[in-house]
Design a protein around this ligand. Sequence first.
Ligand code: G1P
Length: 295
Amino acid sequence: MTKQAFITKSIIPVAGLGTRSLPASKTIPKEMLPVHDKPTVQYIVEEAVNSGLEHIVFITNRDKKSIEDHFDYNLQLEALLAEKNKPELLKAVRDVAEYISIVSIRQKQQKGLGHAILCAKDFIHDEYFAVMLGDDLFFSPVPGIRQLMDVAVQTGKSVIGVMEVEESNVSKYGIIDPIVVDDTDSMIYKVRNIVEKPKQHEAPSRLAVVGRYVLSDKIFDYLETISPSVDGEIQLTDAIQRMAQNEGVLAVKIQGERFDAGDRIEYLLANIHFALQDERLAEQLTTRLLSMLQK
Ligand code: G1P
């Protein structure tokens, strides 16, 4: 059996400062800000669960304790909800503690995304693993990370998730220089090159890395040897670039809708989008939105 046949672990980095969400994130981790009725990080964990992943490693810091608590039992609250006969709420708060096995590792210094992933090295053995970034929320029939896992299992390669972005937005992302491998049902590319946050005129394409990765444990060798680059940080993108040159990396265009929860407008749109999926709210919300827009 090859090592990529089973992908069971996902790293979810949650140690970022969340400056884009200030002042809302001054005392609340940005990952705990709600989209509709759940914290954003719960969408990411549910995507992992729905993709068949079994273990989550949060890369966290001293200010993010509430994230761990959210995925733990709260016996006092559960007793109160049972006493007040609120079975649906009781189920909602208990389920979240029973989703999946979770461990947390502290990133003691803010040295970038690459460094955050490196903090999980001892938890990953001779295997492929997922990385899921908390700002990118997907709404798709097949969960975003599952789309990458399927290609990684089929090909035995590391795979990164990409989507097309506006030309004016390329400098917010890692951008790939793609070679088309398969343009049938799902678009698959070979990564010739990948650049972190290029200037608009230097971007090799409009295909941006959208916070989902399936990587071989070999990535740690590259992360250990690269130097800080963009923003003085150890960039995951630079390690992927080395890996692409030495052993090949694929990119898959993720099918579905994506919301960047760190962006003001997209955060609001994500709230509306997920609330419209809730049949208890959809009709009334639509009426109110339409009347608001007509004013
Ligand atoms: C990170 C990555 C970048 C990627 C982006 C996706 O950047 O470094 O390559 O495109 O996530 O959300 P950040 O948003 O943390 O600056």
